[in-house]
Design a protein around this ligand. Sequence first.
Ligand code: C5P
Length: 224
Amino acid sequence: FALGLLAGRHVLINAGPTREAIDPVRYISNYSSGKMGFALAEAAAEAGARVTLVAGPVNLTTPPRVERIDVVSARDMLAACEMALPADVFIASAAVADYRPAEAADAKLKKDPGSDSGMQLELVRNPDILATLAAHAQRPWCVGFAAETHDVLSYARDKLQRKNLDLIIANDVSQPDIGFNSDDNSVTLIDRSLHQQHLPQASKSKLAREIIHLIAGYLPAQPE
Ligand code: C5P
C-alpha cells in the first residue's frame, strides 16, 4: 500500500453517531458503529497523512498515529471539526443526527403517574457539518457519504451537488450484510464530473485503503 501517498497532508475525518440529549439520562441517536470512519483514519495515517479523527460515542480503539477528539452532540462535532481546520481533506463519515430536542431538560423528565397520555418532544434541525465545512473560508477537499435504502445513486448525486462536495461515497444500507453496523461494505464513488466508480463488497479496512488511494489521486499537487 502506497506509504507516502498522503505525506504532508492533513486529513480530517468524523465518525460514529451523535447523541442529542433529551434530559440528563436520555438521548436520541442512531446505530452507526463508526467502523468505516475509523478504517479510513487508519488507512490515511498509513498513507502518511496527519489525521484528526473527530469521533462520536463509539466502542473502537484509536488507530496508531491518529489524533482522536471525542464528542457527543452534532453541535460539539461541528465545533471540533472547525477547530481542526485547516485540513487538505475532510471525510464526513459520521451519522450526524439530523434533529435534536429543542431543549435538553436540566433534570430527569418524570412521567405523570395519574395519566396514560403520551408526550410531545419538539425537535429542531441540527447544523449540517459537511455543508458548513464545504462552504468554509478554509474549505478542505470535501468527501461525503450517502447511506440510502433506495435510489442510492440518484440521492447521492443530489447530495454531491446540494452540499457542494468534491466526492460522494454511496452506500446501500438496505442490504443487511453491508453498511451501517457490519464489517463489510460495498460502495460507489461519484466525483464532481459525475464519474462513477464501484468498489465491490470487501472488508471496511480494504475498502478504506482503496478509497484513500483514490482520494489521494484527486488532490491538487502540493506546493514545493
Ligand atoms: O443528508 P445526509 O445526512 O444523507 O448526508 C450525508 C452526509 O452528510 C454524510 O457525509 C454526513 O456525515 C453528512 N452530514 C453532516 N451533518 C448533518 C447531516 C449529515 O455533516 N447534520
